[in-house]
Design a binder for this molecule. Structure first.
Ligand SMILES: [Zn+2]
Ligand SMILES: [Zn+2]
Length: 316
């Protein structure tokens, strides 16, 4: 499925099987989960995609020739020599390649990937269930690390990332407070099923102050809302790659050493750690499968908030 111009639906196209260059693997894709970042690419909020582009960066695939199962994440390549790469911060590389954005991704039957940026997928996860681990899980895990030791943790937006993260949070003996769109009873119910100690609308305050909050929804108004919900010294982590403008807010809600920070991309170390942790939790993902040619439908369902868990494209 190919994006020719932002703001237009993806187009189903026959393409020749790509030919791997040095260091690249030819992969037969079996599943690719849909991420909100894909929506930002397709809708034109991320402005520098390769075009035409095959989106998708949560790929579960088998290496042609060996049959080995691998996962391909958002971070597709780094330069290896900028000051960020040289200081264990390759997520901030000056010259990165991003799967499904600046590199063709996994909404396809075949794709290429740099061998050094692929992960082995833990046994016990079928392809479909493994796919959302590769971004929703990974980036969610990085956000959780940035939230520090917070015992009372707020999650704003209860989609693919939050439904994975709440399981990790419980494993680490944290309490989760889930904030969902006003009147979204279905999302609130889903959060309670997964063990949230409290659920509420995103403009409400929790019954007690939180130690940290993670904002997954791409809505700038949630930043001051989350700041009001966290206690002194609390951190608000912004997990998305794009967000609507943050409205101005009084300094007093930031004062007392509250911190607002974003999370960008991932390092391979995040991937290794999270994929090692996931089966020990054990994280179980809830997915809705779509055939590849229904990618536009999957994106629409994500855009409108109709999903429970993660959307995953499956190839046969
Ligand atoms: Zn670099
Ligand atoms: Zn993603």
């Amino acid at each position: 499925m190919v994006l020719h111009a932002p703001g237009h639906p993806l187009v189903l196209q026959e393409r020749p099987i790509p030919v791997p260059g040095p260091g690249q693997l030819l992969l037969k894709v079996s599943a690719c989960a849909v991420c909100r970042t894909d929506l930002h690419v397709v809708d034109g909020e991320l402005t520098e995609p390769r075009l035409p582009l095959v989106p998708g960066h949560q790929i579960v695939a088998r290496v042609e020739g060996t049959g080995q199962r691998v996962g391909v994440p958002w971070l597709g390549s780094t330069c290896g020599h900028c000051r960020f790469c040289l200081s264990q911060r390759e997520n901030l590389c000056d010259a990165p390649g991003f799967t499904g954005y600046t590199l063709d991704g996994g909404y396809a039957e075949y794709c290429l990937a740099d061998e050094r940026y692929c992960f082995p997928i833990p046994d016990g996860y079928p392809d479909l269930q493994a796919a959302p681990l590769l971004c929703a899980g990974l980036i969610g895990y990085r956000c959780l690390r940035m939230a520090g030791k917070a015992r009372r943790l707020g999650l704003y937006g209860f989609g693919a990332a939050a439904h994975i993260l709440i399981q990790v949070a419980h494993h680490q003996e944290r309490e989760v407070y889930a904030f969902v769109r006003s009147q979204d009873e279905q999302a609130a119910g889903f959060a309670r099923e997964l063990g949230a100690v409290w659920t509420g609308w995103s403009d409400q305050l929790p019954p007690q102050k939180l130690d940290a909050a993670i904002v997954f929804a791409p809505v700038g108004e949630l930043v001051p809302a989350a700041l009001r919900a966290v206690d002194k010294g609390g951190t608000v982590v912004l997990g998305g790659i794009h967000m609507s403008d943050i409205p101005s807010f009084p300094y007093r809600i930031l004062w007392e050493e509250r911190v607002v920070r974003s999370v960008a991309n991932l390092t391979r170390q995040d991937g290794v750690e999270f994929l090692e942790l996931a089966p020990r939790v054990p994280v179980r993902t809830e997915v809705r499968a779509y055939p590849l040619e229904q990618a536009n439908q999957a994106l629409d369902d994500l855009r409108s908030g109709r999903l429970r868990g993660a959307a995953v494209l499956v190839m046969d």
